[in-house]
Design a protein around this ligand. Structure first.
Ligand code: BJW
Ligand code: ZN
Length: 249
């Protein structure tokens, strides 16, 4: 795949110190994890209002729990892809912050050091009554929704529709966007709020916004640079470019 990296972007890289990667389901697509929207998206088969909100969970905890068990299995069987690893490599050259909407834990598994998780983590759970944590525990399959020792339901630590984002993760992400020199928006449709508002913060603060996506999105006409293609191919190309520029100096 031939990608064209304009001189303006190359200059911008050479002047930059702080980089934020704002990522969505598309960065994990090449690991085999389905995205949410679009032709291959999971919401084609499963309706979000039936599975991804608290009322749905209370109506049918087992249905919702089994849905997450199914997704956990997919996540555990996959590995990070070259896109995740390229982001880790950026740490050799810049101060990198990853702000992810993904719950799949793949950035951390790849080795990224600073990751803010805006929509939670599928490997984490808590009791809705006493808030006891049940993180990184493998629950047995086909045994229904687990119950805490206090009698409350255990739920995945994922932000469902209508729920607030974790305040510390969100405000730290806003701060990182505010002081970033380059802000990459990778593999997200940018339709889910308030997460998508982080890009507006970066843009208003004067950060150079680069979008990487296989298709144009809501924000493509408002970014400094749109790179069309797979993140697992484009991000390693940018790393190659950085290495060759460093070799010149
Ligand atoms: C590639 C690629 C490759 C593919 N390389 N690219 C009306 C207007 C505005 C807002 C609202 C509204 N009605 C309701 C709201 C609020 C709502 C919202 O934003 N809804 C919109 C959908 C309309 N937001 C909320 O409810 C949030 N909370 C909130 O607002 O709290 C305040 C409040 C409190 C109380 C009452 C009322 C308000 C919470 C949002 C939580 C989102 N949670 C989910 C997870 C669900 C659980 C689960 O995982 O099962 O988070 S939804 C889902 O979408 C998930 C994702 O993180 C999120 C974003 O999706 P993402 O990552 O962008 O994926 P896709 O599939 O959309 O896009 C993938 C992209 O990748 C595509 O562009 C592809 O082209 C690309 N791609 N392969 C590069 N190889
Ligand atoms: Zn409990």
């Amino acid at each position: 795949m031939e990608i064209n990296l304009p001189d303006e972007f190359i200059t911008q890289l050479s002047l930059s110190k702080r980089i934020v990667f704002f990522t969505g389901a598309g960065i994990s697509a090449e690991s085999g994890i389905p995205t949410f929207r679009g032709e291959e998206g999971i919401w084609k088969k499963f309706r979000p209002e039936e599975l991804a909100n608290f009322n749905a969970f209370m109506r049918n905890p087992t249905l919702v729990w089994e849905w997450y068990q199914y997704r956990r299995k997919i996540v555990r069987e996959t590995t990070p892809n070259p896109g995740h690893y390229a982001i880790v490599e950026f740490e050799n050259y810049f101060d990198v912050t990853v702000v992810t909407q993904n719950v799949d834990n793949l950035h951390k598994r790849a080795g990224s050091k600073l990751v803010y998780e805006l929509h939670g983590n599928i490997e984490k759970n808590y009791c809705i009554r006493c808030k006891k944590r049940y993180d990184f525990i493998e629950f047995p399959e086909n045994q229904g929704a687990p119950i805490c020792e206090c009698g409350g339901n255990i739920r995945p630590d994922i932000v469902w529709f209508g729920e607030y984002l974790p305040n510390d993760q969100f405000s730290s992400s806003e701060n990182a966007a505010e002081v970033s020199d380059i802000f990459f928006v990778v593999g997200t449709s940018s339709v889910v709020y308030p997460a998508a508002s982080i890009t507006n913060i970066a843009r208003s603060a004067g950060s150079y916004v680069v979008e990487i996506n296989i298709t144009e999105t809501e924000i493509s006409d408002r970014v400094n640079l749109f790179l069309k293609g797979k993140s697992g191919e484009i991000l390693p190309k940018i790393i190659e470019l950085i290495k060759s520029e460093k070799a010149k100096t």
